[in-house]
Design a binder for this molecule. Structure first.
Ligand code: ATP
Ligand code: MG
Length: 242
């Protein structure tokens, strides 16, 4: 077994007196898609936000390449941050409405690398090719793009930073079924070409079963089982103590 890109150990989260989850443990191997299934309000988005550092859990560990991000200094986490990215549920809020798709796409690279216009253009062309976007898409504002095209721009922008790990929080739930399938296939293609790992969050088991290698089930604040779709068996998660 290759060492995991991400390991979450006994993560616990409460907002005030309200406990959202108390024992969440799983790991994700390089190039693997782990599904995270749970009903609305079970804490899926909160787990994703903890992994990318937008939320601080009450207790537990989040190891990226074996290092606990919760124990890291600010600079160490800042340097690591491009390697762990998140795609959010609502495509329309992911892009700045005042920026053309091209500018949104190259913004993180421009800020982090200081590449010149010609170099950014070249990178954008490669990323557009990877994600199936045409030059005319990149010349448009978000309100001139479909939901599926926006998710392609979002994926292209995220991949510009060569992440090892992407949390995809219901990336297709706002899209109609045929576009949903296209975006899921695109994510699989990007994974084959780059080796990126995904945590794919969804309340739709059909979606997860189509694309995931394994699925973690979040119930009553615990990961109650992890289903391995490569072996077609359910292994009961050993850590069921509270
Ligand atoms: N910042 C916050 N402050 C207080 N409570 C919060 C906060 N963020 C989330 N919660 C609560 O934590 C619980 C889990 O929310 P979360 O958004 O993680 O669920 P989810 O599984 O993603 O649901 P959905 O499937 O509807 O997206 C909910 O009860 C929510 O109200
Ligand atoms: Mg959610």
């Amino acid at each position: 077994m290759p060492s995991p890109v991400l390991a979450v150990n006994e993560l616990k989260m409460s907002f005030g007196a309200a406990e959202v989850f108390k024992n969440v443990s799983f790991s994700v191997a390089p190039g693997e898609t782990l599904g995270l299934f749970g009903k609305s309000g079970s804490g899926k988005t909160t787990i994703g936000r903890c992994i990318v550092g937008l939320e601080k859990p009450t207790d537990g560990e989040i190891l990226v390449h074996g290092k606990n991000i919760l124990a890291m200094g600010k600079k160490e986490f800042r340097d690591l941050r491009p390697k762990i990215q998140m795609i959010f549920q609502h495509p329309e809020t992911s892009l700045d409405p005042r920026m053309k798709a091209f500018d949104s796409l190259v913004e993180p690279l421009r800020v982090r690398t200081g590449l010149k216009k010609a170099e950014l253009l070249e990178k954008a062309e490669k990323l557009a090719e990877l994600t199936g976007l045409r030059p005319e898409h990149l010349a448009r504002y978000p309100n001139q793009l479909s939901g599926g095209e926006i998710q392609r721009v979002v994926l292209a922008r995220i991949m510009s930073l060569s992440p090892d790990f992407v949390v995809a929080d219901e990336p297709t739930s706002m899209l109609d079924v045929s576009v949903q399938a296209q975006i899921l296939r695109l994510m699989q293609k990007v994974q084959r070409e780059t080796g990126v790992s995904y945590l794919l969050i969804s309340h739709d088991l059909d979606v997860l079963r189509k694309v995931c290698h394994r699925i973690a089930y979040l119930e009553n604040g615990n990961i109650t089982s992890i289903e391995d779709l490569r072996k077609k068996e359910v292994s009961k998660h050993a850590r069921s103590r509270k």
